[in-house]
Design a protein around this ligand. Structure first.
Ligand code: ARG
Length: 460
């Protein structure tokens, strides 16, 4: 069956049908297509095109199609051009000639926009919930190790000591921004396009606001040409998904390192790791590697649609059918990566003594000492110089920070006072950084409480 054909003397060639058909992937939109058409049937009744009885028969038929489509074999062997055509064919099987009225004043250009919006809105809601779960898992882990400290890194070199909770809350902030970005994308998805026609609006007196209410949309779109040629809402989602995958990938990379024998900080749960077919001792972080791997794939999906849209003349062009596979793929990868990441966090143990040792052995306290000198009146550049020399001397003598006594310290440079020796403990200097957003223990405790309050706000 075709939704067009009158002006053609012969039908499409077999190669063109194979090349242009989208049913094999846009079948994902079947449920949204039926729900959209049910609302459209109600709009047609209000516009005087359908009687109440006709509307009822159509709505019931779409409901039956929705139910039957739960059977995975429902689409087997179907060769229709796209999901919209498939659904109309099924409708014809049920209601005969009445089906010819459903497409009155409607174009597939607006229908595909509607279907994708309905589908995407649900996917985003799932991902928003998964993001909240993930942030919850981070907070729970932070609560589990209230006193753990780790060396924080810049350039992958030990920099300054921070509470493990502060590190986890850094990711909390990234995922909170992802939540915000996805919510913003959702707001642009949440607009009702029907009534736009192919590009020029509809010749039928549809109450578009009523259609929006019927389908639970926040508002209607404002320009029919824009609707026909617009995939910004899909790009917004793909960008939000890409940034989220970027964050998941960086967390994955951290934890692959931190769980290595070289670091020895983290023990990943058996349930999220795999062994080697050859080397009996191996416990590999495959879940994290796949999260990292899948992120590249999602960036590709974003790039794919971005480039597809570039240079398309106004308004709809068939190129736009290529939006679906990247969109569906990115949505599937994001959802699975969010689920996987939460499962990893929930089952990972921190061996707090390893990062504590690493902090003690290295000069993560150097900045604390320099700042203490500056607080007691030494100009900072001079203080920096003194502590730099202390580090150099220590390296030459094979000394660690805690090998220095208060007497040795004050003997090394007269600017040092005996009480500054306590700053050789990595946990001490941290206490000076208690300003909002800092790594001081009181600041982190407050940040943790704030995070919990934000979580409560996001949870239904
Ligand atoms: N399968 C098409 C798509 O996804 C539906 C719209 C077709 N419209 C058209 N004028 N050929 O974009």
């Amino acid at each position: 069956m075709k939704l067009w054909g009158g002006r053609f003397e012969s039908g499409p060639s077999e190669v063109f049908e194979r090349f242009s058909g989208s049913l094999q992937f846009d079948k994902k939109l079947l449920d949204a297509d039926c729900r959209g058409s049910q609302a459209f049937a109600r709009a047609l009744e209000r516009a005087g095109i359908l009687t109440a009885d006709e509307r009822e028969r159509l709505v019931a038929a779409f409901e039956q199609i929705r139910t039957e489509a739960r059977d995975p074999k429902y689409l087997e062997g179907a060769a229709d051009e796209d999901v919209h055509t498939f659904v109309i064919r099924k409708l014809k099987d049920r209601v005969g000639g009445l089906a010819d009225k459903i497409h009155t004043g409607r174009s597939r250009n607006e229908q595909v926009s509607l279907d994708v919006r309905l589908w995407l809105r649900e996917r985003i809601d799932v991902d928003l919930e998964l993001l909240v779960n993930l942030m919850g898992a981070l907070v729970e882990m932070a609560r589990k190790y209230p006193n753990a400290i780790v060396p924080g890194y810049t350039h992958l070199r030990r920099a300054q000591a921070v509470p493990w909770a502060h590190y986890l809350l850094a990711y909390f902030e990234m995922f909170a921004r992802d939540h915000e970005r996805l919510s913003q994308a959702r707001a642009r998805v949440d607009l009702m396009p029907l009534g736009s026609g192919a590009l020029a609006g509809s010749g039928f007196p549809f109450d578009r606001d009523e259609m929006a209410r019927d389908l639970g949309f926040a508002a209607i779109t404002r320009n029919s040409m824009d609707v026909s040629g617009d995939r910004d809402f899909a790009l917004d989602f793909l960008y939000a998904a890409s940034v989220s995958m970027l964050h998941l990938s960086r967390l994955a990379e951290d934890w692959i390192l931190y769980s290595s024998e070289e670091f020895g900080w983290l023990e990943l749960g058996d349930g999220v790791t795999s062994g080697s077919s050859l080397m009996p001792q191996k416990k590999n972080p495959d879940s994290l590697e796949l999260i990292r791997g899948k992120s590249g794939r999602v960036f590709g999906d974003f790039t794919s649609l971005f480039v597809t849209m570039k240079g398309l003349p106004m308004t709809y062009n068939r190129d736009m059918q290529e939006d679906k596979e990247p969109l569906f793929d990115a949505a599937a990868q994001l959802t699975s990566a969010l689920e996987m990441s939460a499962a990893v966090i929930e089952t990972t143990e921190l061996h707090a003594s390893a990062p504590l040792e690493a902090a003690k052995k290295s000069w993560v306290v150097a900045t604390d000492l320099a700042e203490a000198l500056a607080r007691s009146g030494t100009p900072f550049h001079r203080a920096h110089q003194i502590v730099g020399k202390l580090v150099l001397e220590s390296i030459q003598q094979g000394k660690q920070p805690l090998d220095w006594t208060a007497e040795q310290l004050t003997a090394f440079a007269p600017e040092f006072t005996a009480d500054m020796a306590r700053l050789l403990q990595p946990t001490e200097g941290m206490k000076t950084r208690d300003l909002p957003g800092g790594a001081g223990p009181a600041a982190v405790a407050k940040a943790l409480e704030d995070a919990e309050a934000r979580l409560r706000n996001w949870r239904p």
